[in-house]
Write a protein that binds this ligand. Structure first.
Ligand code: GLN
Length: 498
């Protein structure tokens, strides 16, 4: 039996045909975690026993002929910012090192109901701020294609784990690209659903108007299956939308009503785009044409302003969301908060405690975001920064609305560069921010996006191509993604770790 190369469909087929049990499959993944995780640092404090126990229980239920959920026996690893009852959920921050939520996130509840097996928590950038997984308090996750390189971020652990077959699938979160960019850098499939498609209840908030939870997998069917389980309206997240949840798996294999219309935005071929990635996207457009799609040039003029707008809106919301971590009710509390300067002597002890707790609890990137966010919201500056950024955001959304009158999906690169070395960009925040150039616009517009394996560079690193679709058009998005996948074999390429 070989559950390891398997996709979710492969696992489910293996279970139902009796080729292998859930316990055997989980053991296979556990063996790989034991063998490779020390090098990859993808999963944190891994305990295989609960997963094996759950697998045995599912095997027993299967033998007794009990009906099982749609992800029965499928192991799934979870980013460390999605709450699981009683389990550490730290956002890879010292600030939350002792946090064990007393509740499950909505998506975790749905995964449990679907009989999925929760495989452990995944490394990430601190509070999901970053594009390389290097801001994690647990150290960087590594890219299985070259362990000197970053798997991207912030869902770096998720991408690394799925690419290295430590888990067949994983949940990440995407605020400005944190599912799609790491998927691109690791040759996996990563889906950011429409804002409002999946409940954010129990996702530790970074930028609430941008955050979405979404799946990683090895093929389009994987993310379609997981999306069908986690999507849907939830009264605990007022921004989740009350629309029926289609069966995405059936949707991807169905024929569209008319030939697919693919748009290529000229703004998605900007300065700094790696030429090998550019040619992979051009090749992808030829593949779409040969599959019967029409490809046309479009323009999204305001998306060139997405980075400045994003790096105002996201830090603004973050500074507000993270204000609660001050050591009183939430977050790490400093033990020593005696005055450290003349000025501090005059401050009340409570204020000194908050200051010391925040200084100790947050790493440098999170601190930078809080300062940026507080500044752009401050009296006298908010109009120049925050309010203007909201206007740009609106223009970007309008660009997409206009474009989607003529095309069904927009094709482009996911990341401007393939996987870069750990340490290469971490001391240059601006260089790191620029990595979001092709992913941030979808978050600002609230639309769904997917990254797919679309090639390998000459030096053997994965290239990701991105598709975007109108809000709540995940069926179209996934169908288009599947059209590309069917015509290529990039998703079958695997890194060699031995
Ligand atoms: N790289 C972006 C940032 O640092 C996006 C992160 C994310 O999507 N969580 O904010």
């Amino acid at each position: 039996m070989d559950p390891l190369g398997a996709t979710i469909s492969g696992l489910l087929d293996g279970y139902s045909s009796g080729s292998f049990s859930s316990e055997e499959a989980v053991r296979g993944f556990v063996d790989r975690v034991v063998a490779y995780n020390a090098r990859l640092n993808a999963l944190l404090d891994f305990d295989p026993e609960p997963a094996l126990e759950q697998a045995r229980a599912i095997d027993a239920r299967r033998r007794s002929g009990e009906p099982l959920g749609p992800l029965a026996g499928v192991p799934i690893a979870i980013k460390d910012n999605i709450c699981r009852r009683g389990e550490p959920t730290t956002c890879c921050s010292r600030m939350l090192s002792n946090y064990r939520p007393p509740f499950d996130a909505a998506v975790i509840g749905k995964l449990r109901e679907a009989d999925a097996i929760l495989l452990g928590r995944l490394n990430m950038d601190e509070f999901a701020m970053g594009s390389s997984n290097e801001t994690s308090a647990y150290g960087p996750a590594r890219n299985p294609w070259d362990t000197d390189r970053s798997p991207g971020g912030s869902s770096g652990g998720a991408a690394s784990a799925v690419a290295a077959s430590l888990a067949p699938t994983a949940l990440g979160s995407d605020t400005g690209g944190s599912i799609r960019q790491p998927a691109a850098l690791t040759g996996t499939v990563g889906l950011k659903p429409t804002y409002g498609r999946v409940s954010r209840y129990g996702l530790v908030a970074f930028a609430s108007s941008l955050d979405q939870i979404g799946p990683f997998g090895r093929e389009v069917a994987d993310v379609a299956r997981v999306l069908s389980v986690i999507a849907g309206q939830d009264p605990r997240d007022a921004t989740s939308v009350d629309l029926p949840v289609p069966d995405y798996l059936t949707a991807i294999e169905s024929k569209g009503e008319r030939p697919l219309r693919v748009g290529i935005a000229r703004e998605f071929f900007g300065e700094g785009l790696d030429p090998e990635i550019e040619s992979a996207v051009r090749e992808a457009s030829r593949i779409f044409e040969s599959e019967g799609a029409t490809v046309s040039k479009i323009s999204l003029p305001n998306t060139t302003q997405a980075i400045p707008a994003y790096y105002i809106v996201a830090p603004a919301e973050a500074s507000s969301n993270l204000a609660r971590y001050d050591g009183t009710i939430f977050g790490h509390r400093a033990e020593d908060f005696g005055p450290k300067s003349e000025v501090e002597k005059d401050l009340p002890a409570l204020i000194r405690m908050m200051m010391a707790s925040r200084a100790e609890g947050f790493g440098p990137e999170v601190t930078r975001r809080i300062m940026l966010g507080t500044f752009v919201l401050s009296a006298g500056y908010a109009d120049q920064y925050y309010v203007r950024a909201l206007k740009v955001r609106r223009l970007i959304r309008d660009d997409y609305d206009r474009a989607f009158r003529d095309v069904d999906v927009i094709l482009g690169p996911t990341s401007p560069v393939p996987a870069f070395k750990v340490g290469e960009k971490i001391s240059d925040p601006l260089a790191m921010y620029l990595l979001d150039v092709y992913t941030g616009p979808a978050n600002l517009a609230g639309i769904p996006g997917i990254s797919l394996p679309g090639g390998l560079t000459k030096s053997g690193l994965p290239i990701g191509i991105q598709l975007q679709a109108p809000a709540f058009a995940e069926e179209t998005l996934l169908r288009a993604a599947r059209t590309f996948e069917r015509a290529t074999d990039w998703n079958t390429k695997r890194p060699t770790l031995d």
